[in-house]
Write a protein that binds this ligand. Structure first.
Ligand SMILES: [Zn+2]
Length: 171
């Protein structure tokens, strides 16, 4: 198109490689014909909620991580509650508790990192989780007499007596 007049264009001229003829133009589709390649293209508007098959969803999207986080947490909670509150083997529980608490803390920080939270959030999450981990290690004791898991009432000090059988808790 030059000066309002339609003239045949020389398609071998590189500056005219983008010569197309619009074949169809509607609200949600646009078909054009490329003179250079001889191909016909149709561009379709895609509804915002449609998904592209075969395109990997980027890791770390909150919608992906959150259900996994909840699922892992529930399973972990059930297993640990069963083991630590129904189990009577104080020696075994005492051995498993520290790695369990630390692993849970690492897992929690990992999930926080995997979500879309700003990186600055980790500066708060990590110290808080570390503090809770230390308090958890101190506040939870296991009774040698009855094997119960004993949690300190105020969470900040070690329990002195078993809440189940009243035996003294010595380390
Ligand atoms: Zn006891």
């Amino acid at each position: 198109m030059e000066r309002g007049k339609v003239e045949p264009a020389d398609v071998s001229n590189p500056s005219l490689y983008d010569a197309y003829e619009v074949k169809e133009l509607t609200n949600d589709s646009f078909t054009y014909y490329s003179y250079t390649s001889g191909d016909r293209f149709t561009v379709k508007k895609v509804p915002p909620d449609s998904k592209f098959d075969g395109v990997a969803v980027p890791q770390g999207s909150p919608g992906q991580v959150f259900p996994v986080f909840i699922g892992v947490w529930v399973v972990l909670g059930l297993f640990s509650a069963g083991f630590f509150f129904l189990g009577k083997n104080a020696k075994l529980k005492r051995k498993v508790w520290p790695p369990f608490v630390v692993a849970t803390a690492v897992l929690f920080v990992g999930f926080t990192w995997a979500t879309d939270l700003p990186a600055d959030a980790l500066f708060i999450v990590v110290p808080v989780v570390a503090l809770i981990t230390i308090l958890n290690l101190r506040a939870v004791q296991f009774c040698n007499s009855c094997g119960a898991t004993v949690m300190s009432q105020n969470f900040f000090s070690k329990p002195a007596f078993c809440s189940k059988c009243g035996a003294g808790l010595k380390q």
